[in-house]
Every structure is written in C-alpha cells, then in structure tokens.
Design a protein around this ligand. Structure first.
Ligand code: SAM
Length: 381
C-alpha cells in the first residue's frame, strides 16, 4: 500500500460524504479495501474514534488533506470573513466556563447603542463586509422588539448583507420574529450533546434538552443554523465528541463553531486545563468530511491558543474567519476567556493582516455573503 495523497478529488464528493476514501497507513478492523485503496466510512463512529485518538501522523496528514480537498471542492481557496459585532456582555446566564457569566462581578459590563451598532455596520460595509454577526450575552435589555428593530434597520439599509444572530436561547416565537425582521443565520453552539456533560458545564436552570430544542426550532423556521462545541471543556471525553459529531450530522448544521475551551480566571473553571490545538483541528477536519458544505470558522480561541492556530484550522478544512468590528474600546471587555486575541487594530487593518495570513497558506479572504454552498437563500425585499 502506498501513501500518496488520497484520491478524493476524482471522486464524486456527494458519495464521499458516505464513504470517504482515505489511503491510510495502517490496517485496522474498521477499514476495508478496494484494490489498493483503503475505504473508510466517514459515518462510522469507530472511524471518528480512530481519527480522534490515533498518534499515526500519516493518518492525520491524510485526514487534513482530505478535508482540504472537500473544502476546496465547495469553496475554492476562499475564506469568508464575517464582521463580528459583540454588542453586549451583560448575561443572565451563569455558565461555569464563561467569563461574562452573571456571577463575574469583575467583568466590566457594556452594551452598545443601536446607533453604535449601526455605525459598526456602516464602517464594515464600506470595507466590503457582507455578513454581520451580532453576538452577545443574554441581556434582558435587548427585548425582542429591540432585537427586531436592530435587525430590521440593518437589513433595510443593507439588503445585500446577511445577518447572523447569536444571542442565546429564546422561545420559538422570538426566533420567528427575528427571522421575519430579516435575520438569516443563527449561531448557538450546543456546547455538548450529552446531557450529563451539559450538567457539568451549566447550572441547574439550563438544559441540554432546551439548547437542542432551540436549534431544531431555528432549523424549522428556515435559518441557516450553527451548532458547535468547545474542545477540551472540563469532563469532555472522546465519547462525548462522538455524540457531538452525531448530533451535528443529524441537525445537518449549516455552520459549526469548534474552538478550544480556554479558562477564564473568574469562573469555577479557572484552574482547568485548556483544550488543545491538535484535538481541535482533528475535529474540524472530521466535521468537514461529515458535512462537506459546512461553514466552519477557524476561531479566535484557536488563534489565542496558538499564534498559527487559525492557519492550522484552515489547513484542516475551516473556511471562515470572524474579524472584530466592535468599537476598539469595548473589545477587551468581551472576555470569554483569558488572554483573548484582541488586535485592537482598525477593522480594515485587521482584514489586511488576515488576508496576508491567508495568502501565505494559499487562500484569500472573501467578503461576499458566503452562504452555505448549495443552500437556497431567502430573497429580502
Ligand atoms: N449568548 C450566546 C450563546 O449562548 O450562544 C452567545 C455568546 S456565548 C459567550 C458564545 C460562545 O462562547 C459559547 O457558545 C461558548 O462556546 C464560547 N465560550 C464561552 N466561554 C468560553 C471559554 N472559556 N472558552 C472558549 N469558548 C468559550
């Protein structure tokens, strides 16, 4: 058996979704042969376990090469940049891992006004951004009416832009209102698909069941939906990650946010170990093979953990970056974890730097809307 880079490019990738051919260097009972090729069923949980745990570098190289081929088949060498606006760090929740949890009395709280948020969009639009991601804690000040007003104002001014909301768990009715006001996409990491693990990470009043309910509601309403996890969150096992992959596949997530858990000094998890780059990029690559057209960010947390983290993420199949459009003076207060990568530079400068980073590894930044390949997109009037 030889070790050439695999033959995926010549395959029909919709078939590859079910059966990804990876020429692997070892023979185990999870593999079978067609001629010289080792056939791996990417929907097989034993394969995920093998890929998450193997120490065989040849296998990992093949995994990343396969993920890149699938990513390039659908998106070429484009890396979509989304303009991220972190518009409030007030939060009613008390998640044990999060630096903006309500019990953190040291957090320097802020919320942007509607004018400030629109001004972030204005400057982002001028630079060329065509997706705005509005993310925040679950802040009671932002009632449904306020969120709808905001979304509607942005959408009316920039009908050619996609709006992504990431404002946590709401009722189905609220999600419907935001959608009707013009929101296109919704990011809500499920954090973990396993209820016991979920309980380790969250206080009693939150539940895995409700988190998943939100995602299914969002999907049914018509949003492009993003789920995801923190890699290496306290108590996480390989079995949990396998459950996460299964859940994201069942959901047919349009977007998946996978970044390392990083401790924050003022949380119950202050002394817990951070997740690793290695585990994160393996999960990114498996996710790319499992959901070939998924929009997959190389996260800020990955860039925080390793100066080359985002590049490593892209080379494992990620295809999105989310530079910060928030006003510079609030960026350091949206501190979910310690030492958050925070360039403090103007959005345009940040974008130029990102483009240089991407070019060095053979990719380029694209500012277009960048909807999930193959997905029908709602026309906004
Ligand atoms: N409130 C919204 C929600 O619940 O989805 C959006 C804000 S929330 C802070 C965004 C994401 O940050 C969470 O889904 C979580 O995965 C991530 N996050 C929070 N604390 C983190 C930490 N210590 N390390 C890495 N990621 C973290």
């Amino acid at each position: 058996m030889n070790f050439q880079i695999n033959q995926i490019a010549t395959e029909d990738l919709t078939v590859c979704m079910k059966r990804t051919i990876i020429k692997l260097g070892i023979i185990t009972d999870i593999m079978s042969y067609i001629g010289d090729d080792v056939i791996v069923d990417i929907l097989d949980k034993n394969v995920w376990r093998e890929l998450l745990t193997t120490s065989d570098l040849m296998i990992l190289e093949e995994l990343y090469a396969s993920a890149r081929m699938v990513q390039q088949k659908h998106y070429g060498n484009k890396i979509y940049a989304r303009g991220l606006i972190e518009f409030t760090n007030y939060c009613k929740n008390d998640c044990y891992y999060c630096g903006i949890r309500r019990s953190n009395r040291d957090a320097c709280r802020y919320r942007l006004t509607e004018e400030q948020i629109l001004s972030c969009c204005d400057s982002g639009y001028k630079i060329g951004f065509r997706t705005f991601v509005l993310q925040g804690g679950e802040d009671g000040y932002f009632t449904d009416d306020r969120i709808c007003d905001l979304v509607y104002s942005i959408k009316t001014k920039y009908p050619d832009c996609a709006i992504t909301l990431s404002v946590g768990e709401k009722s189905r009715e609220s999600y419907q209102k935001y959608y009707d006001a013009g929101a296109d996409r919704y990011l809500l990491r499920h954090e973990t698909a396993n209820p016991e693990h979920y309980r380790l990470l969250h206080p009693q009043e939150m539940s895995c069941e409700n988190r998943k309910r939100c995602l299914w509601d969002l999907k049914e309403i018509g949003y492009q939906v993003g789920a995801g996890i923190m890699v290496g969150s306290p108590g996480q096992t390989i079995d949990h990650m396998i459950e996460d992959l299964k859940f994201m596949k069942e959901l047919e997530a349009d977007m998946v946010g996978i970044g390392p858990f990083l401790p924050h000094h003022a949380t119950p998890f202050a002394n817990e170990a951070a997740g690793t780059v290695d585990r994160t990029v393996r999960l990114l690559a498996i996710t790319r093979l499992l959901l070939p057209e998924v929009l997959l960010p190389a996260t800020t947390a990955l860039g925080t953990l390793d100066p080359l983290g985002r590049e490593k993420g892209i080379l494992a199949g990620a295809n999105v970056v989310m530079p910060n459009l928030s006003p510079e003076n609030v960026r350091e207060n949206y501190l979910l974890y310690d030492n958050k990568l925070c360039t403090g530079s103007e959005a345009a400068d940040g974008l130029r730097m990102l483009d240089e980073m991407m070019r060095k590894i053979g990719y380029e930044i694209s500012l277009e809307r960048g909807d999930r390949s193959g997905r029908e997109v709602r026309v906004w009037h």
